[in-house]
Design a protein around this ligand. Sequence first.
Ligand SMILES: Cc1ncc(COP(=O)(O)O)c(C=O)c1O
Length: 395
Amino acid sequence: MNNRKNKFDTLPSFEGEIDPTQRAWIEVSGKAIESNVRQLRSKLKNNCEFMAVVKADGYGHDAKVVSENAIKGGASQLGVATLKEGIKLRSFGISAPILVLGNLYTKKDLLICFRNDLMPTVSTIRECLICNNIGELNNFKFSLHLKVDTGMSRLGFECDQFVQQFNNIKSLENISIKGIYSHLACADEKNALNPKSSTQLQREKFQELLKLINIHNTQNIKIHLANSAGMILGKDFQFDMVRVGLSMYGYEPLLKINEKLFLKPALFLKAKVTFVRTIEKGIGVSYGNKFVSDRKTKLAVLSIGYADGIIRNLSGKISLIHNKKLYPQVGSITMDQMMVDITDSNDINVGSTMLLLGSDGDKSISPIDWADKCNSIPWEILCSFKNRLPRVQVD
Ligand SMILES: Cc1ncc(COP(=O)(O)O)c(C=O)c1O
């Protein structure tokens, strides 16, 4: 064992020479992100800013590529979930304002946030006081956004206590309130535009609160409420800024609206065929032999599986595209591989590339299709792709 190790230790590993498109990978179109941001911004009311939500590594796309291209398209701010995500963007030289959407509750995390020029979301007086103290000790105002809970019951000050608390917070000299925001819980539901929907009630509650704190006399505080679905509900929901994730990546929010958005999916999930075999009729395929061939069947083995983030519950429910044609995936998806029925093809061989998500000609498969098949949501599908899948920027 040791001898073997020593012998190979002297050889270069050539790891850097492994082609990222050798096995399975995600192609990301920066141009699609840029174009989606432009397209979405054209639906905003005058002077409404666009925050690109790039948390969870840019919804699995690669936060650097997404951030840079969103900024090209006119995004003026970025939203991340964690300190690390924000620090990573700063390390790429991105200088746009970055809001941490998750809650930072320790002094240490808030100090790190301050030092990296990131803005925390603050939901309590205690956190405001910590930020004020950090600002004072460092002789520099700590910029932050306050959040109020209007119906999500996640982060945020209680609405009925906020008015009084806001007056106290305003008097703190070493913080700078850059934003006040809330988050919609049901904006993508079909009834969202009904006057009595919970989404409308959230908006009204938020507006009422802004009136009570006399927000119009308070300059330079950005007011924001809407996510992708919210911004599309109309200008009443847009305030001074919108926080957009899903639709920037090219997927229309679930609710059906009349207006076509012309969004371009930015992600293409691809895998290579690494093996081809033909099985006779009546032969079981993959773990549990859940699929049994009902004819002589040609199978392509693809090098991608649930360890790459393909949800196993999609086994036998999805199709893949090759050369503008669809082919059904068969048998259980395994950790690293899956099988596809390519009996009807004459142009798929070892080394061929198949498309799992994306479009080719008039054929297209989106994370929304996958989500429908496995009782999930497109956000979860996009965030489940693992780092084992290299992200390759294509333009
Ligand atoms: C606070 C907040 N704002 C905005 C967004 C963006 O949402 P969407 O992807 O629906 O646009 C999210 C995403 O979950 C969020 O948590």
